[in-house]
Design a protein around this ligand. Structure first.
Ligand SMILES: Cc1cc2nc3c(=O)[nH]c(=O)nc-3n(C[C@H](O)[C@H](O)[C@H](O)COP(=O)(O)O)c2cc1C
Length: 198
C-alpha cells in the first residue's frame, strides 16, 4: 500500500479544488491504494503557505514531512485566468527534491466551465525541474466542477464518466508508485554538480 499526498492548489477556503482533493483521497482509499493513516490532504486554501520568501514559513515544516512520507503526489490546480493558481506555483518554490524527487505526480486541472487544460500544461512545463517530481503521462481535468463529484452516486453521465476515469487514473498512479520505489532506492542524488535540474 502506498502513502499518497493530495495537494489542493486553490488559495480559497472551501474551494472546489479542495472538494476534488477529498473526493480523490476517498477513491484512493476505496481502491485500496492507500488508507486514512497513509494519506494526507494539503489544502492551500485552508492552511495557506505565506508567499515565499517568508521569515515564518508557517505550515511548511508539516507539509514537508507529509510530502516526504508520501510515495506519490496528486497536484490539483484550478484554472485562473488561463493559468495555474498562484498558491500552487508558490508551493513549488518551497518544495524541493528532498520531498519530491522521483516520485510519481498526477496532475488534476479544475474548471467551473470547460477549461482546466492550462494549469496542466503550465505545471508540466515549469514545476518539476528542481524538485524532480515525475508527472504521469495521464492527467485528469475536472470540468463543470460545481456539478460533479458532489454526491456518493453520480448525478449525470458526465459525472459517471469522470468517476470511471478517476478510478482508472488513480490505478495507474498506484502502479507508478510501486515502480518508482526502486528508482528512488537506486538513484544517486548526492552529486552537488547536479543539485538542480538543467
Ligand atoms: C480569478 C479567477 C479566474 C478564473 N479564471 C478561469 C479561467 O481562466 N478558466 C476557467 O475555466 N475557469 C476560471 N475560473 C473559474 C474556476 O475554474 C473556478 O473558480 C473553479 O471552481 C476552481 O476554483 P476553486 O478551486 O478556487 O474553487 C476563474 C476563477 C477565478 C476566481
Amino acid at each position: 500500500m502506498a502513502n499518497i499526498a493530495f495537494v489542493a492548489g486553490s488559495s480559497r477556503a472551501n474551494s472546489q479544488s479542495s472538494k476534488v482533493a477529498r473526493f480523490l483521497r476517498q477513491r484512493a482509499i476505496a481502491l485500496g491504494l492507500c488508507d486514512d493513516a497513509n494519506s494526507s490532504v494539503i489544502d492551500l486554501g485552508l492552511v495557506p503557505l505565506p508567499l515565499w520568501p517568508a521569515e515564518d514559513e508557517g505550515p511548511w515544516a508539516l507539509f514537508a514531512q507529509q510530502l516526504a512520507a508520501a510515495d506519490a503526489v496528486v497536484i490539483i490546480s484550478p484554472e485562473w485566468n488561463g493559468m495555474a493558481a498562484p498558491a500552487i506555483k508558490n508551493f513549488f518554490i518551497y518544495a524541493s527534491k528532498a520531498q519530491l524527487a522521483h516520485k510519481p505526480g498526477l496532475l488534476v486541472g479544475v474548471s467551473a466551465g470547460v477549461g482546466g487544460a492550462y494549469p496542466i500544461s503550465e505545471l508540466r512545463a515549469s514545476s518539476y525541474k528542481n524538485c524532480r517530481l515525475c508527472y504521469l503521462p495521464e492527467h485528469l481535468i475536472v470540468r463543470d466542477v460545481e456539478h460533479v463529484l458532489n454526491l456518493p452516486e453520480p448525478s449525470s453521465e458526465a459525472d459517471q464518466y469522470l468517476r470511471e476515469r478517476i478510478d482508472y487514473t488513480l490505478g495507474l498512479l498506484g502502479l507508478y508508485s510501486s515502480a518508482l520505489t526502486s528508482v528512488r532506492a537506486a538513484a544517486d542524488m548526492s552529486d552537488k554538480r547536479f543539485t538542480n535540474g538543467m
